[in-house]
Design a protein around this ligand. Structure first.
Ligand code: GLP
Length: 239
């Protein structure tokens, strides 16, 4: 595991170079994407590089980590909408190459199909991850088995509260989600992890320095052979 501590701006630039390098070497790479506020700087940088002609996603395929159950892709709180607005509409990727789990009529049987689609595409080359305040990756809440594949998940009260900042009120936050499983994430060939801000300092310390336990889902990354962890000084403050 490689740990890089830098400013959010420098992190966005350095992380974007991973995509320049990967897509330069493998234009049809399979990319795993994440939502939340953390990747926004990186997404802006990817859009800038693409517009400048330094990066092309024309042959890439993407798979997003998760989606709220009950939200259609046209809902402005859905992760499909978030990805279109903050990345896909700003780069040269054909929309049909972008995959976000469907939040409607979702069951665990249908969710498992997402793993088969990832496998059929050749597996994820580079998976981007943020972290929830309770250690979740994707929407894999504490206690999710490390062997899990894409599945549905009831969100914890702390996640609903944390994510309510994007909604009118906590009552508007969906109470469940569909998410790649821990095994799905761990199957990615490389992982690019970003955490920013003092609110993440405590959980980053547990993830990197604590025991590998299903109670801290992100701690499983200690077992992955190729992880780059990008932290700003505030998120790294307790290391
Ligand atoms: C959501 C997403 C996670 C993300 C987390 C942190 O719960 N499902 O993938 O890592 O939010 O969000 P933020 O980056 O806004 O702190």
């Amino acid at each position: 595991m490689k740990i890089i501590i830098d400013t959010p701006e420098a992190i966005a630039r350095a992380a974007a170079q991973r995509y320049v390098e990967l897509l330069g070497r493998k234009p049809d790479a399979v990319l795993g994407y994440a939502t939340g506020s953390t990747p926004l700087g990186l997404y802006a940088e990817l859009a800038r590089l693409c517009k400048a002609g330094e990066l092309s996603f024309a042959r890439a395929t993407t798979f997003n980590l998760d989606e709220y159950i009950g939200l259609d892709g046209t809902n402005d709180q859905s992760y499909r909408y978030f990805m279109d607005k903050n990345l896909f509409d700003l780069i040269d990727i054909p929309k049909e190459n972008t995959n976000v789990p469907c939040g409607l009529d979702m069951t665990d049987e249908k969710a498992a199909e997402y793993d088969r689609r990832i496998e059929a595409a050749g597996g994820i080359d580079l998976q981007l991850l943020g972290i929830g305040n309770n250690g979740h990756i994707g929407f894999n809440e504490p206690g999710t088995p490390f062997g899990s594949i894409t599945h549905t998940m009831h969100l914890t009260e702390s996640t609903i509260q944390a994510n309510s900042r994007f909604f009118a009120s906590a009552a508007d936050v969906p109470t469940s989600a569909v998410t790649m499983g821990i095994k799905t994430v761990m199957n990615a060939r490389s992982i690019l992890f970003i955490a920013l801000g003092s609110v993440k300092a405590e959980i980053v310390k547990k993830m990197l320095c604590g025991p590998v336990t299903e109670e801290v889902p992100a701690s499983v990354l200690q077992l992955h052979p190729d992880v780059e962890v990008y932290l700003d000084p505030a998120a790294a403050a307790l290391l």
